[in-house]
Design a protein around this ligand. Sequence first.
Ligand code: ZN
Ligand code: ZN
Length: 279
Amino acid sequence: MQADYHLHTNYSEDSTYPMEDAVKEAIALGYEEICFTDHVDYGVMDDADSGKPPKYADGHLRGNVDYPRYFEEIARLQEKYKDEIRIRQGLELGVQCCTLEENTRLVEKWPMDFVILSIHQIDNLEFWDGGFQKGKSQREINRGYYEELLRVVRAYKHYSVLGHLDLIRRYDPYGDYPFEDVQDLVEEILKQVIADGKGIEINTSSKRYKINGSTPDEKILKLYHDLGGTIITIGSDSHCKAHLDDAPKLQLIAREQLKKAGFTHHCTFENGEPVFHSL
Ligand SMILES: [Zn+2]
Ligand SMILES: [Zn+2]
């Protein structure tokens, strides 16, 4: 079963890839199922109908998914391509302790097949521009990231899987931080995820970001498995055609990494419920 459960399109502020082009490409690549997961990052971005003045970064307009247009377009494509591919509707939420309410209202208003919970920023400070890391030691950056994730998963339950669980590795200006120094926090996070019946993803974008090994790291995959975790999705985190074209071969590697960690199945989702497929 070939599926991609992390895809961005021109409904995300950081992608210009037309959604229909992504569908056609996924069909050409032989996928049976895909799930769109465009970006919502409350705190640093607003909804189109919020009435707030537009936010910019590097002169580029930043805003959350335009939900009515987004879900309408997914519905249109589901119908148009129903004999060729299953298309699921999802979002990737960048959640922070200070944006739990907005994120709850959102998922209650727009029921979805699948929701990725990611930590993209903390206290409205971004990782990608170094705002969060500024003035912090490596320990403060790494433990601060997992402490926020732990607080969020304890308080927020409207999601399916955690996105790129060790994302902070991508943005650590000091280089690799020893896993042993954050293992206690990662273990608490994974225990909470499992107790809540949620999952994690393997995100195959590692090579693109020059990260050694998998995302999350094989130590986290193994720990999740050994703690009893079974729900895991495979996603490319594609933002353009080139990313999507690279995805099938990266997915083969990811499947081997999952098997090595002890997993026998990966998941797709329908109406928020996992469906298991053998690896
Ligand atoms: Zn993300
Ligand atoms: Zn993403």
